[in-house]
Design a protein. Structure first.
Length: 368
C-alpha cells in the first residue's frame, strides 16, 4: 500500500525521536490526530478546496495547504494543530498591542505553529515559519485554555504570536467556550482571511488587531508573499460588523516608510474605518531574513505619527520606543492625559466609566 505524506512524517518522526535526532523538536503524535476543518469544499478526484484564506489552496490527498497545518485526509480537510499550542503566556494586553481594550489587564495568549504569510522580518519566525512536526507543543484543548485563563485571573484570551487564521477551528471553539464562561477573546492577525470565516468568527470575538504590513501591493508580494487587498477588505468588514479593532504598521526603512505611502494609508484609514481607530506605528528591528537594514529611526515613527494626526486620526501611537510620550492616550477634546503607558503597562486613572475624567468626553474603546 502506498504511504501518504502524513504516514511518512509520522513514521520518520517517531524513528528520529527514538534515535535522538529530534531531542527538542518532535511532534509526530499530534500529526496523527486533528480536528475536521471548517470552510472547505470537496472536489472531484479527492481534491479539497480550502476556503479559509485568500490563497484558496487546492489540496491533494495526504498533502497540506500553504499554511502547513491543514491536511487532506481521504477527501476531508483536517487541522493538525487543534488543541496543540506551541507557546502560551499571560501577557499585558498592551503587548498585543491593544491600547483601547481593557488597559492594565492581562491576556492569556496562545499560538500554534504555522502562518499563511512568509514575512521576511517576522519576529516569531521560529514558530510561524515552522511545521507542527518541528516544534514542541502542548496538549491543550479549548476547555484547558479557558480553565488556565480563569486560573490566571485574565479577563481575555488572545490568539497571537503566529497567525491565528491558520488555527481557525481552535480559536473559534476556544473563543466560543470562553464567551460562555465570561472571558473575552481577541485576535492578533495579518487580516489575510476570507469574508465568511471572519464574519462567523466575529460573533465570538471582542476585538481584533490587524497588522497592516504596508500600503503597497509590491511590499505584500515581495516581502510577505501575500496581497494587500484582502487585508483591506477584512478591515472594512470589522468596521461593518461593529467589532472593536486597532491597526499596527511596522515601519521598515526604505521599504514602507515613505511619506506618500503613509499619507495614503492614513487617508484610507480615516475614510474607510473612521478617525477613532487606534493606529500604531512601530519600529522595526533587524531579524529573520532582513538583517541588512538598520532599526527604524525614532524620527521616522514620529513623522508617521504627525502625518496621522494631521490627517485627522485622533488616536495615533508610537510603538517599540519605550517611554515615548506618544505611547500615551490623551483626550482629543481637552488634551488631558488619560492613559499613561510605560513598558507595556498602563495606568488608566485619567478615565472614568469609559470617559475622560477631566471633561467627561467618551473615549472609544472597550473599557469595562
Amino acid at each position: 500500500m502506498k504511504a501518504t505524506r502524513r504516514d511518512f512524517l509520522i513514521h520518520t518522526g517517531l524513528a528520529a525521536c527514538a534515535v535522538g535526532l529530534l531531542p527538542r523538536r518532535c511532534w509526530a503524535a499530534a500529526d496523527a490526530s486533528g480536528r475536521e476543518a471548517m470552510h472547505y469544499e470537496p472536489m472531484a478526484g479527492g481534491l479539497i478546496h480550502c476556503k479559509l484564506c485568500p490563497r484558496n489552496c487546492v489540496i491533494s490527498e495526504g498533502l497540506r495547504g500553504r499554511c502547513g497545518v491543514r491536511e487532506n485526509r481521504k477527501g476531508k480537510l483536517y487541522s493538525v494543530v487543534f488543541g496543540r499550542p506551541c507557546t502560551y503566556h499571560n501577557d499585558p494586553i498592551e503587548k498585543k498591542p491593544f491600547f483601547h481594550f481593557l488597559p492594565g489587564t492581562n491576556a492569556f495568549s496562545i499560538a500554534t505553529a504555522g502562518c499563511n504569510f512568509s514575512c521576511k522580518f517576522c519576529q516569531n519566525w521560529q514558530i510561524s515559519q515552522s511545521r507542527p512536526e518541528e516544534v514542541i507543543s502542548s496538549d491543550m484543548p479549548p476547555e484547558k485554555v479557558v480553565e488556565m485563563a480563569l486560573q490566571e485571573g485574565s479577563p481575555t484570551i488572545a490568539y497571537t504570536y503566529t497567525e491565528p487564521v491558520i488555527y481557525y477551528e481552535y480559536m473559534y471553539e476556544t473563543a466560543k467556550l470562553g464567551k460562555r464562561k465570561g472571558l473575552r477573546s481577541v485576535m492578533v492577525t495579518n487580516g489575510f482571511i476570507q469574508r465568511k470565516p471572519m464574519k462567523d468568527l466575529c460573533e465570538h470575538l471582542a476585538a481584533v488587531k490587524v497588522d497592516l504590513k504596508a500600503f503597497s501591493e509590491k511590499f505584500y508580494r515581495e516581502i510577505c508573499d501575500g496581497t494587500l487587498s484582502p487585508v483591506l477588505d477584512t478591515l472594512k468588514l470589522l468596521k461593518e460588523v461593529g467589532i472593536w479593532h486597532e491597526v499596527v504598521v511596522l515601519l521598515v526603512p526604505t521599504l514602507n516608510d515613505g511619506d506618500k505611502e503613509i499619507t495614503e494609508l492614513c487617508q484610507w484609514v480615516k475614510r474607510e474605518l473612521g478617525p477613532d481607530v487606534p493606529l500604531h506605528f512601530t519600529r522595526y528591528y533587524p531579524t529573520y531574513k532582513i538583517k541588512n537594514i538598520p532599526p527604524t529611526p525614532v524620527a521616522t515613527v514620529e513623522k508617521a505619527y504627525d502625518i496621522a494626526t494631521k490627517t485627522g486620526l485622533r488616536f495615533a501611537y508610537v510603538g517599540n520606543v519605550p517611554g515615548h510620550p506618544k505611547e500615551n492616550t490623551f483626550c482629543p477634546h481637552c488634551g488631558k492625559l488619560i492613559i499613561n503607558r510605560v513598558a507595556s503597562h498602563a495606568d488608566p486613572s485619567g478615565m472614568k466609566a469609559g470617559a475622560c475624567k477631566s471633561c467627561g468626553s467618551p473615549i472609544p474603546g472597550v473599557w469595562a
